[in-house]
Design a protein around this ligand. Structure first.
Ligand code: NDP
Length: 399
């Protein structure tokens, strides 16, 4: 029988909700490209309830314990005295969400001789040392597509919030003011602006589709080109480099995975290629950007705004400069963990576990690493290597 360690974010400070703002969730049949939603044999949770925090347990306890397994759920994940570290010695499966990632470094893998699988309940397995997993024959899986559309909605919200100066204007209301000039002195329309996505995968392409009705000019940069029919349908301009895209775009949104090839792709040098007053939205991964270069670009006005929800490390320490830099619209890492998304990735995690325990193949769509190499979706979207360096700084966050 297996021990599963599941690292989840803390419950709300007022405790796990007893009631919710809405009753139930809309029913989705399929993802936009036809991929089916998760198909576990059963679920033991109510869709629309809070599953991603410790008390929600991703709805897994009944299933795992009724099959004789041991489930440990904790939010204590950083530092050698964390519950995660203490439980590693006999853990067979580690589950965590990118919002509150269990950084699975090579050192941690070495403390877990029985470890067979690391599951990302969500998308983006960069918090696992993929090279380390390959070297040790550990499977890495994630729930592809579960929250791609959720993130795309957050990107669109952020584009509009920054360009229209929504957050400072809302703050004037809270302060009891009616300072129209203060609000609009930084407010523009997105209509007619050029917006470009770095990567046109599930999220990036969705962002382009959602922004099309705003009559923005659409650009993308990717390692592979989209089908010609899609380029024509959306009137897309393709760029083979970030430099070429940044030079013409008023708004840039990052939607590629973090791997050694993309780490710090936005830095002091590449920011020089951006138009003065460009807006940058990053809901992909904090480490795609050089932390201090972003803060400096906002101070100097090279960037007019920066928004997103991803930081490095997570949780970000209290003195992280992105908390206090000017003209930002940052949130904690939330875009992919709406109640709607949680229901999908909890079901997807259950599907992966059922496959594992019943010796059935895990869908290719969910595989990142298997049999010592990048596999499935991972072989397409990631490159080999390790992007967890520096994650030990997460220990500096104090609750
Ligand atoms: P997809 O795999 O559908 O898309 C990723 C795209 O990135 C692919 O088109 C891939 O290109 C492209 N890509 C990879 N490397 C590069 C590169 N060096 N330069 C340009 N493009 C590149 O994933 P999703 O769209 O669903 O998610 C993307 C990322 O968003 C995730 O990896 C994750 O980091 C982040 N994310 C964030 C969430 C949040 O809550 N904030 C939630 C979900 C995801 P190709 O396939 O052509 O090689």
């Amino acid at each position: 029988m297996a021990k599963i360690v599941c690292v989840l974010y803390d419950d709300p400070i007022t405790g796990q909700p007893e009631t919710y703002a809405r009753d139930g969730l809309p029913t989705l049949e399929r993802y936009p490209d036809g991929q089916t939603l998760p198909t576990p044999n059963a679920i033991d949770f109510t869709p629309g309830s809070l599953l991603g925090s410790v008390s929600g347990e991703l709805g897994l306890r009944k299933y795992l314990e009724s099959n004789g397994h041991t489930l440990v759920v904790t939010s204590s994940k950083d530092g050698a005295d964390s519950v995660l570290d203490r439980e590693l010695h006999d853990a067979e499966i580690i589950i965590s969400q990118p919002f509150w990632p269990a950084y699975m470094t090579a050192e941690r893998m070495d403390k877990a001789p029985k470890l067979k699988m690391i599951v990302t309940a969500g998308i983006g397995s960069d918090h696992t040392d993929l090279q380390g997993a390959m070297d040790r024959g550990i499977t890495v899986a994630e729930v592809t597509y579960c929250n791609s559309n959720s993130v795309a909605e957050h990107v669109v919200m952020s584009v509009l919030a920054l360009v229209r100066n929504y957050i400072p204007s809302h703050n004037w209301v809270l302060k009891g003011g009616w300072n129209i000039a203060d609000c609009v002195a930084r407010s523009y329309d997105v209509e007619g602006m050029h917006v470009g996505t770095v990567a046109a995968g599930r999220i990036g392409l969705r962002v382009l589709r959602l922004l099309k009705p705003f009559d923005m000019h659409l650009h993308y940069m990717d390692r592979h080109r989209l089908p010609e029919a899609v380029e024509k349908e959306l009137n897309l301009t393709y760029h083979s480099t970030l430099e070429s895209l940044a030079k013409v775009c008023d708004v840039v949104t990052l939607n590629c995975p973090l791997h050694p090839e993309t780490e710090h792709m936005v830095n002091a040098e590449s920011l020089k290629n951006f138009k003065r007053g460009a807006y940058l939205i990053n809901t992909a991964r904090g480490k795609l950007c050089d932390r201090d270069a972003i803060a400096a670009a906002l101070e100097s006005g090279q960037l007019a705004g920066y928004a997103g929800d991803v930081w490095f490390p997570q949780p970000a320490p209290e003195d992280h400069p992105w908390r206090s830099m000017p003209n930002h619209g940052m949130t904690p890492h939330i875009s992919g963990t709406s109640l709607s998304a949680q229901a999908r990735y909890a079901a997807g995690t259950r599907e992966i576990l059922e496959c594992y325990f019943e010796n059935r193949p895990i869908r290719d769509e969910y595989l990142i690493v298997q049999g010592g190499e990048l596999a499935g979706v991972g072989a397409h979207s990631y490159s080999a290597g390790n992007a967890t360096k520096g994650s030990e700084e997460a220990e500096r966050f104090k609750k």
